[in-house]
Design a protein around this ligand. Structure first.
Ligand code: 13P
Length: 341
């Protein structure tokens, strides 16, 4: 790989976690966006998906807080009403286009209740095509469940191996890989159980990245936060979540990784912002801590839109607000009172 390509990837990775900014995850698969649209009684068709996403990406001033947008295959290829492609629209508006390249999590053989993410076959050729279509970074999500005896070492190992295979191919082909091992929040487990599963997973991921010679300066990590399980009776405070998440990252993530961009994973939009804010308020770590939220950025906007073009301005205002508040959380300057303003 040429020196200039590694420099370019390092600088793209740093641009994605520039101060005040984070990533908008808008890469819902056709199935997932269908479920989101069903909550607002909107039919999911290529046209409605394009109308919603083109509207979101055209939000005035979004690039002040959003550095890049993760797209789904269909969206990367769609043309806007003015004849531009979606990647062209994003680039013109000062945001970096990215692409989800995994093909989904499937049942893992001999490991009931666990999944492995697929999509490695033919990946090199798909990455070359995605670069040609304007993508500059990529995403691959592994899913790890907590349960009785779970996660198994098998599940962690196969997913870490696949994440590293994907990351190596991305760097080889000129895309910054976002490496996403998501330990799910579903369950009645406590925060310490989440800590143990998350630190084990992240350590395995970085061991696999090392075996496969992935240059860590050219990647971003997209982890879950360390949280109490959704059904746990005692929910950890915002401060405790921040402390345990930082402790986990410090025990697993090398300092050469430029940035860590959290997923929201089903947290409420306000809690996702408060948790990120508290981590940055505490400080004392070597990486940029930022966001790559899907639901926590889009939920209020989706509701405001409800499938009506006439509501698009209100939807854009809702996306702009969540992006701005998460932008403030990048420096620990978010306050609850700003929600009402
Ligand atoms: P959520 O923030 O809704 O978890 O989505 C982020 C994402 O990209 C999951 O892969």
């Amino acid at each position: 790989m040429s020196k200039s390509q590694s420099e370019r990837l390092e600088s793209t990775a740093r641009e994605l976690v520039a101060p005040q900014k984070g990533i908008l995850a808008a890469d819902e698969s056709t199935g997932t966006i269908g479920k989101r649209f069903a909550t607002i009684n909107v039919d999911s068709t290529p046209e409605t998906r394009l109308a919603y996403r083109e509207g979101m990406f055209s939000t005035e001033g979004l690039s002040e807080f959003v550095s890049g947008v993760i797209l789904y295959d269909e969206t990367l290829r769609q043309e806007t009403s003015s004849g531009k492609t979606i990647p062209e629209l994003l680039s013109e508006r000062g945001m970096i286009p990215g692409i989800k390249v995994d093909t989904g999590a499937k049942e893992l053989a001999f490991c009931p209740g666990e999944k492995v993410t697929e999509g490695l076959d033919g990946l090199r050729d798909r990455l070359v095509e995605y670069v040609g279509l304007g993508a500059r970074f990529a995403k691959w999500r592994a899913v790890i469940a907590i349960g009785d005896g779970l996660p198994s070492d098998t599940c962690i190992d196969v997913n870490a191996h696949a994440l590293a295979r994907y990351a190596a191919l991305c760097v080889e082909n000129g895309l910054v890989p976002i490496v996403e091992p998501e330990v799910l929040m579903d369950g009645a487990h406590d925060i310490e159980t989440c800590y143990e599963a998350t630190v084990r997973t992240q350590r395995a991921v970085f061991a696999a990245l090392a075996v496969q010679r992935v240059p860590l300066e050219q990647i971003l990590l997209k982890p879950n936060m360390v949280l109490s399980g959704t059904d746990c009776r005692e929910q950890a405070s915002v401060h405790e979540v921040a402390v345990q998440t930082i402790r986990c990252l410090k025990n697993a993530v090398p300092a050469s990784v430029p940035g860590i961009v959290f997923l929201s994973g089903g947290q409420s939009d306000e809690l996702a912002t408060a948790h990120l804010n508290e981590m940055n308020r505490i400080g004392g770590f070597p990486w940029e801590l930022s966001f790559s939220y899907g639901r926590a950025l889009q939920a209020p906007a989706l509701k405001a839109w409800s499938g009506e073009q006439a509501n698009m301005a209100a939807a854009q205002a809702a996306l702009h607000k969540r992006s701005r508040l998460n932008g403030l959380a990048r420096s620990g300057d978010y306050r609850d009172e700003l929600e009402a303003a």
